[in-house]
Structures are given as C-alpha cells and as structure tokens.
Ligand binder design. Structure first.
Ligand code: NDP
Length: 258
C-alpha cells in the first residue's frame, strides 16, 4: 500500500492512536501534519518521523476552537500543498454516573469529541471535494454504536461522530471523497490507563481487576494495540478503499470486523 504524494493531517497525533496513525502514514509515504495542543509532544513526534525519512510537521491546535482549526487548515496547506487525508482522532474520555455528570462535563466531552470532528471536517472537506480525492477517517468508539453504564456523555459524543460520519459520507457520495469511522474497543493508550485508574479508585479494585472489568464491558479478551487501529485507518485511506464510505469499522480483540 502506498500513500506517496498524499498529504495527511492527524489530530491528537502526539500519543496513543494518533501517533500510531501518523507513523503508519509516514511509513506509507504520506507527508504528515501532526496536530495537538501540547507543542513539545507534537514536535517530538514530527522530529522522530523526519529522522525516519518522512516529511512531517507539528502544528499546535486546539480542535475545540474554530479559529485554531482554521489556523491548522492554513498551516497544513502551507506545509503539505494540499490535504488529501484528515483523521479526526483528538478526543477525551469521561466516565461517571449520570447523576454526577455535570453540564460542564457534558459540554466538554461533546465539544472535544463531536464538535471538533465537525469543525475539522468542515475546514478540510471542500478542498478534497474540489480535487475529487479525499479520505476523512473519524476515530469513534464501540461506545459510538452501543451504550453502557457510566459513559453517557462519552457514548453520546461518539454516537454523534458516527451519525456525522454517515451523513457527511452521503453528502459527498460520488465526489471521490470518502468519510468513515473506526470504532475501537479499549486500546492500550494513556486514555485507557486513566480510565482503568478511575475504575480502580472508585471501586477499590486492584488495577489488573479494574482492567479486566473494563474489558468485560466490551467483550474483549485483550487490549487492542494502537497499531491495529492505525492499520484499519490506513486500509480506509488506500485507493482500494474508494468504495467504502459511511462505514463503521469495529476493532475489538485485535480483529477487524465491519
Ligand atoms: P490519548 O489520551 O492517548 O491521546 C489524545 C490525543 O488527543 C492527544 O494527542 C491529545 O494531545 C489530543 N487532544 C486532546 N484534546 C485535544 C484538543 N482539544 N485539541 C487538540 N488535540 C487534543 O487518547 P487515545 O489515543 O487513547 O484516543 C484517541 C481517540 O481514540 C479519541 O478520540 C478516543 O476517544 C478514541 N478512542 C480511544 C479508545 C481507547 O481505548 N483509548 C477506544 C475507542 C476510541 P494534547 O492533550 O496535547 O492536546
């Protein structure tokens, strides 16, 4: 598979799933803009990609801020010439019983997971449609396809991402641009480590038992690796993926299912 000549933007590219996607893109020959809020960490990722021979840049961006997203779009155009691929990966998790979920929690999670996907897609999609080639991949979650205890805000935000994906895909059908969502179960990243620590603190369970309890909620036997999510993203961005749009690709237990 090659993405040579393609320009890609990965939000939340400083660690976890986003970093694995940025590496996979660079490995496939794409030029990559790595975006997140913390400058040091995105610079470190971009530097490592360049050291490995790729074309990569770090652009600081808060995906919840429309002006910051517009600035990212301008910087990405400057660095890449044109943006062919957008991965809306930046996000945040939240777990709490409904009665303890505040309006501020709700707004924060909906904004960072769902509104950010709308803002970034709106910024990059017109250029893709104009050039009649583009790939938008939204990192949703299995929580975007089903509900669960204590994740009302997070699950609602990821359902919003899935609905947005299907609707945007319908709108650009026939233009050469596809919009898809990847829906992982628990992935081996800082986000999961923080979730497991929260479960352990709330229940008094040892961390290993808290991890097992978390995995039971999704029916996973093990954590998914960030590289497995990256592989699914890469597959959707390949030329062979041109017929796949509006789909949700579930990745749990390391298997990739549609
Ligand atoms: P991490 O917490 O490890 O990384 C999150 C990334 O998003 C960081 O690069 C962070 O950088 C960035 N980010 C957070 N807020 C913003 C913001 N406002 N603007 C720009 N960048 C931001 O998360 P994961 O890698 O685990 O998750 C990535 C995505 O995958 C998320 O959307 C998550 O919901 C989803 N997902 C994760 C699963 C898991 O089990 N880990 C399972 C299913 C889906 P910085 O803080 O510097 O901005």
């Amino acid at each position: 598979m090659t993405l040579a000549g393609r320009g890609a933007v990965v939000t939340g590219g400083s660690r976890g799933i986003g970093m694995a996607v940025a590496r996979a893109f660079a490995g496939a020959g794409a030029a990559v803009v790595v975006a997140a809020r913390t400058r040091d960490t995105i610079e470190a990722v971009a530097t490592a990609l360049r050291t490995a021979g790729a074309r990569a840049w770090a652009v600081a961006c808060d995906v919840t801020d429309p002006a910051s997203v517009q600035a990212l779009a301008r910087a990405a155009d400057t660095h890449l010439g044109h943006v062919d691929i957008l991965v809306n990966n930046a996000g945040s998790s939240h777990s709490a019983p409904l009665r303890k979920t505040t309006l501020a929690d709700w707004n924060r999670i909906l904004t960072v997971n769902a509104t950010s996907t709308f803002l970034c897609t709106q910024a990059f999609l017109p250029g893709m449609v104009e050039r009649r080639w583009g790939r938008v991949v939204n990192i949703a979650s299995v929580a975007g396809l089903g509900g669960g205890k204590y994740i009302a805000a997070y699950s609602a935000s990821k359902h919003a991402v899935v609905g947005f994906t299907r609707s945007a895909a319908a709108e650009v059908a026939g233009t050469g641009v596809t919009v898809n969502a990847v829906c992982p179960g628990y992935v081996d990243t800082d986000m999961t480590r923080e979730s497991v620590a929260r479960i352990a603190a709330a229940t008094g369970m040892p961390p290993e038992a808290a991890l097992r309890a978390a995995l039971e909620t999704t029916g996973q036997r093990r954590l998914v690796l960030p590289e497995e999510v990256a592989r699914a993203v890469l597959t959707l961005c390949d030329d062979a993926g041109r017929e796949t749009s509006g789909e949700t690709v579930v990745i749990a237990e390391g298997g990739v299912h549609r």
